[in-house]
Design a binder for this molecule. Structure first.
Ligand code: TA6
Length: 302
């Protein structure tokens, strides 16, 4: 009996089925009246989301790896408890360890609107305490309807305050990075990682792309919209509990240096990440919790 078989035995709900996915990793395939989605239990990572009347919303590399201990390139990786390189130990996994651990399934249900609701969780254990000596519980709640709602809750069961960075590192599928723009970040202070983390407000009404772009917009709680005229669609990224927005495209050279990123894929993705990083890291009191939510929807037109 595989992990998927056991999960199907424990959780049986219309519109959701556990499968042995890529490389045998346990995943849950969701197909309801609103949308299709695929979620990897490994990493607690949403891999695809496609409304029944529309194109795929999330981007995933053709070269993604599906190996325990390595992150899956694409979808919505969970970056926690640090963002980017580990602040002190270069040997630690980038973007924390949550995306390279196998999570557990807490519940799978269908609500009264036919939306599929999945909750996964990850708790501290020997593998995580070797990397980060704190007790914690992460809960990822995914609601698949005509929009995709993702909520990450960080609980602090310990006796000491828990300081952490969090990001839903969402990869969006787009027509061409040189033809899209992102609205919602005007006048927000941006930390530009391409300019040695220089900080300055971005006065532009929309962010456009003509080179490698790696920017953290701090104190940016607003909804962002990806405007994609060639595909005639807008992707709306609304959020709660998030004060940072990270915008990334590796462009040609950086993409060519990543083995899990196809050489010709860089024009067809953009990351708009719902986060609390850098100045916006959160400090969670003992017995308290912090919740961050992204709500992703698509509209026709631009
Ligand atoms: O969110 C942007 C970023 O921090 C970039 O600097 C780049 O490293 C990207 O994340 C991907 O990181 P990964 O560890 O998934 O290759």
């Amino acid at each position: 009996m595989t992990v998927a078989d056991e999960l199907n035995r424990r959780f049986s709900v219309a519109g959701a089925r556990f499968i042995d996915g890529n490389n045998g990793l346990p995943m849950v395939k969701i197909a309801n009246d609103h949308a299709f989605a695929l979620v990897s239990i490994y990493g607690g990572q949403i891999l695809t989301f496609r409304p029944v009347r529309g194109k795929e919303v999330l981007w995933r590399s053709q070269n993604s790896l599906y190996e325990i201990g390595k992150p899956i390139r694409g979808g919505i990786p969970v970056c926690w408890p640090w963002f980017g390189p580990h602040p002190a130990e270069a040997s630690q996994p980038p973007h924390g360890f949550a995306r390279i651990q196998t999570w557990q399934v807490d519940s799978v249900t269908q609500d009264d609107q036919g939306r599929t609701c999945l909750t996964l969780f990850l708790e501290d254990g020997d593998p995580t305490r070797r990397l980060w000596p704190h007790a914690f519980r992460l809960e990822l709640s995914v609601r698949v309807g005509s929009d995709l709602q993702v909520t990450l809750t960080v609980r602090n069961p310990g006796q000491q305050p828990l300081r952490c960075a969090t990001a839903l590192h969402t990869y969006f599928a787009i027509s061409d990075i040189r033809r899209i723009s992102i609205a919602g970040l005007k006048d927000r202070v941006c930390i530009d990682k391409m300019l040695r983390n220089e900080r300055r407000p971005d006065p532009r009404k929309v962010v456009v792309f003509n080179e490698e772009t790696d920017r953290i917009y701090i104190d940016s709680p607003d909804t962002c919209t990806i405007l994609d005229p060639d595909w005639g669609r807008r992707i709306i990224v609304a959020k709660e509990g998030s004060r940072s927005t990270v915008v990334w495209n590796p462009w040609i050279m950086k993409a060519s240096r990543m083995s899990d990123f196809g050489a010709d894929e860089w024009p067809h993705m953009v990351c708009v990440e719902t986060a609390n990083v850098f100045d916006d890291e959160v400090c969670i009191a003992p017995a308290a919790a912090h919740t961050l939510t992204a709500r992703i929807s698509c509209e026709a037109g631009c």
